[in-house]
Design a protein around this ligand. Structure first.
Ligand SMILES: Nc1ncnc2c1ncn2[C@@H]1O[C@H](COP(=O)(O)OP(=O)(O)OP(=O)(O)O)[C@@H](O)[C@H]1O
Ligand SMILES: [Mg+2]
Length: 409
């Protein structure tokens, strides 16, 4: 079972600049979580605080029974082995090949032999679509490839907690979908607790079990994804829609005069650039691929959500009920291909024994298609050498130019 991360009353400042204060949330064991928030609200600082790279002034971060804000350096070193972290900038060593970068945690933290290290590194590189790029240096590949190399490195130790700082930034929409699917599959396979920091609303809508949002130095909300997606809070609605009209400004808070001006523009039908999507229409959550285990986290999450349901706002309750009904209906439609949904639909959530039984079953339940037929993206990229051996055919262009000059054949 994954590891719970319990954050209580956390406050972080740099000198006199307070970044956020009194942040409390629990990343439930093995569940997938997302953290949203405008740029500069301290999401990356939050991730770094969770692994003890930055030290908060107040509060606690309890992982596996240890408060990492006050444990010894030795204890912190042990706790850090539970983590796989994808930093926002990839944080690759510039002078090392991708292979050595990705092998680094294995060489640093394990006594594995080189041939086993090689097997693991190549497997993770294939998972993130980087097969064949082992010998490249970080400076020789695209930003999206660096991001995926960082993710491969975060995964080599089969971590129990995975922190991903904007896994999608610099990635095209299709690669983003593959990486999101990969995170769900990994969650199903190793039951890791995952926290994804993202600005990608599509990820927020379809991947996490829970979503939180930081704004104006505070955690605005943290709870089941339906709670944030159906929220009526102006800041949440503005952020999801990506609209410039609303409480979030380019840098700081908006004053009343600007707010009034914006309201007038909106009333006059002028667009703030945001999408008109209805986020309270909950999109089904992405399911593990065939060949992958049932997500135990999904079973635990539903048990948690059903328990907290009465305490949630009415529209969140309605959305969660609708999600559950839809998941169960989909399970009934295609029982052979959506094992997690089937497990959810067949679980008796009214008793602890029912939930335990489902979790035990999920341990062995695998979708019917073997893993090796699951399609994974593989990177095909041109090297500088290819470009030299395959000169661009310019005759068509030259002909067109001649024609336009009246000299064409
Ligand atoms: N080591 C540091 N020393 C001083 N200030 C820092 C440090 N790291 C971050 N900050 C400040 O903390 C604030 C939050 O930064 P952070 O990188 O966490 O934002 P973010 O929410 O991740 O933004 P983005 O979405 O743009 O990545 C910023 O004002 C930043 O300048
Ligand atoms: Mg950041």
């Amino acid at each position: 079972m994954g590891v719970e991360v319990k954050v209580e009353g956390l406050t972080k400042s740099f000198g006199s600049q307070n970044i956020w204060r009194d942040v409390s949330l629990t990343l439930p064991a093995g569940e997938v979580n997302a953290l949203l928030g405008p740029s500069g609200t301290g999401k990356s600082v939050f991730l770094k605080t969770l692994i003890g790279l930055l030290h908060p002034e107040q509060g606690s971060v309890v992982i596996d029974g240890t408060d990492i804000t006050e444990c010894s350096a030795k204890e912190l070193y042990e706790i850090r082995k539970l983590f796989g972290v994808l930093f926002q900038d990839g944080a690759l060593f510039g002078s090392m090949t991708l292979f050595d970068n990705i092998a680094f945690p294995l060489r640093e933290h394990t006594k594995k032999k080189e041939d086993e290290i090689r097997r693991i590194v190549l497997e993770k590189m294939e998972l993130v679509g980087l097969a064949g790029a082992e010998g490249k240096l970080p400076g020789e590949i695209s930003g999206g490839m660096r991001k995926r190399a960082g993710l491969a490195r975060a995964l080599v130790l089969n971590p129990e907690i995975i922190l991903c700082d904007e896994p999608d930034s610099g990635l095209d929409p299709v690669r983003t979908a593959y990486i999101s699917q990969l995170l769900i599959d990994i969650n199903a396979e190793i039951d890791a607790t995952i926290l994804i920091v993202t600005h990608n609303i599509n990820i927020a809508r379809t991947i996490p079990d829970n979503i939180g949002m930081l704004f104006r130095k505070e955690l605005v909300m943290f709870g089941p994804r339906e709670q944030l997606l159906t929220s009526e809070q102006p800041v949440v609605k503005q952020f999801l829609a990506g609209d410039r009209f609303g409480p979030i400004g380019m840098s700081e808070e908006k004053d009343e005069a600007i707010a009034a001006q914006e309201a007038a523009m909106q009333a006059a039908g002028i667009s703030g650039g945001g999408t008109q999507d209805d986020f309270s229409e909950i999109i089904p959550q992405v399911q593990p691929n065939p060949g992958v285990q049932v997500r135990k986290a999904a079973i635990r999450h539903r048990a948690n959500v059903l328990q907290m349901l009465p305490s949630l706002p009415p529209n969140a309750q309605a959305a969660i009920r609708a999600s559950i009904a839809e998941e169960d209906a989909r399970a009934a439609e295609s029982p052979e291909s959506v094992a997690t949904l089937v497990a959810l639909a067949n679980t008796d959530f009214s008793t602890t024994a029912g939930i335990d039984h489902a979790l035990a079953q999920a341990d062995t339940q695998v979708m019917d298609r073997p893993t090796d037929v699951v399609d994974r993206p593989t990177e095909v990229y041109a090297t500088a050498d290819d470009a030299q051996t395959q000169p661009i055919d310019t005759s068509a262009i030259e002909n067109a130019v001649k024609k336009s000059d009246g000299q064409g054949e």
